[in-house]
Design a protein around this ligand. Structure first.
Ligand code: COA
Length: 257
């Protein structure tokens, strides 16, 4: 019998749902998990999807990077790791379609970095967040420290990294980390609901908008406005934009109605 997959991939209509399935280790992210996640991101189910949901099976979203397998690496091994399976965080962040992390239970360290690499985080009230890295003598290094600063600002980022070993879903919502906070057990369903709505939108417009938002924090206002107008000029020529304009003129329903 082959080992069961560490990452389950399924399609729910236009949405790809990826579920971490290393329940007995609270979905600790080992290189093997990362390798399957990379394969899932490269796979047809994700590539053809209009949105992606990432969830965790069992009692946690993820208790973080696998400390048994990923601690004590030499500098050379760390460079090699990020050139290999450790690239999965950036790969997930770079997906063109909207991405949703559905979080319950522990969401710590690398698990939280993975959730931060999603566009949206939907958590249920059981979610427990935290960055244990500094306690371990390191720091979140899979893009999470930078993403956190972007999301919540430097002072709050330092607070979460240095002063708060754990914080609740309600607190995370207050810090602006969450798109939605839902009752226990409902994060995957709510994430799927939002993802299905996003997947109905014209795909090229979604991709270009997501990419524009991703680069704008690094872009001058003048360059950003130019990108907006060039993107508008290009998107305005698409079949989707033509169809939407005709639907409006004929008072027909749009993609989300
Ligand atoms: N890496 C590797 N294994 C992990 C893990 C991690 N990050 N987090 C949990 N596990 C494993 C445990 O070792 C245990 O395995 P075992 O049954 O073979 O001993 C299993 O998952 C269940 O965890 P356990 O500690 O028994 O559950 P708990 O409910 O008592 O505690 C945590 C949960 C999350 C508080 C605790 O597991 C923990 O502190 N994990 C490490 C968190 C961490 O530092 N993550 C950041 C890494 S950057």
């Amino acid at each position: 019998m082959p080992d069961p997959p560490l990452v389950e991939v399924r399609r729910v209509n236009a949405v790809a749902v990826l579920t971490l399935q290393r329940e007995e280790k609270l979905n600790a992210i080992s290189p093997a998990v990362e390798r399957e996640l990379v394969a899932a991101l490269d796979g047809e189910e994700v590539r053809a999807s209009g949105a992606v949901v990432l969830a965790g099976a069992g009692r946690a979203f993820s208790a973080g990077a696998d400390v048994d397998e990923l601690s004590g690496l030499t500098p050379e091994e760390i460079v090699a790791y990020y050139a290999d399976t450790g690239a999965v965080y950036e790969r997930f962040a770079a997906l063109p379609q909207p991405t949703f992390a559905a979080v319950h239970g522990y969401c710590l360290g690398g698990g939280l970095e993975l959730a931060l690499a999603a566009d949206f985080r939907i958590a249920d009230e059981t979610a427990v967040f935290g960055f244990p890295e500094v306690e371990l003598g390191i720091l979140p290094s899979s893009g999470g420290t930078h993403r956190l600063v972007r999301l919540v600002g430097p002072a709050r980022a330092k607070e979460l990294l240095l002063l708060r070993p754990r914080f609740s879903a309600e607190e995370a919502a207050g810090f602006g980390l969450l798109t939605d906070l839902v009752p226990a057990g409902q994060a995957p369903a709510r994430a799927l609901e939002l993802a299905a709505e996003a997947a109905k939108l014209p795909r090229l417009a979604v991709v270009v908008t997501k990419q524009a938002v991703n680069v704008f924090p690094e872009t001058s206002r003048e360059a950003a406005v130019l990108i907006e107008r060039l993107a508008y000029a290009a998107l305005g020529q698409t079949t989707d934009a033509g169809d939407a304009a005709r639907a409006w003129a004929e008072r027909r329903a749009g993609p989300r109605e």
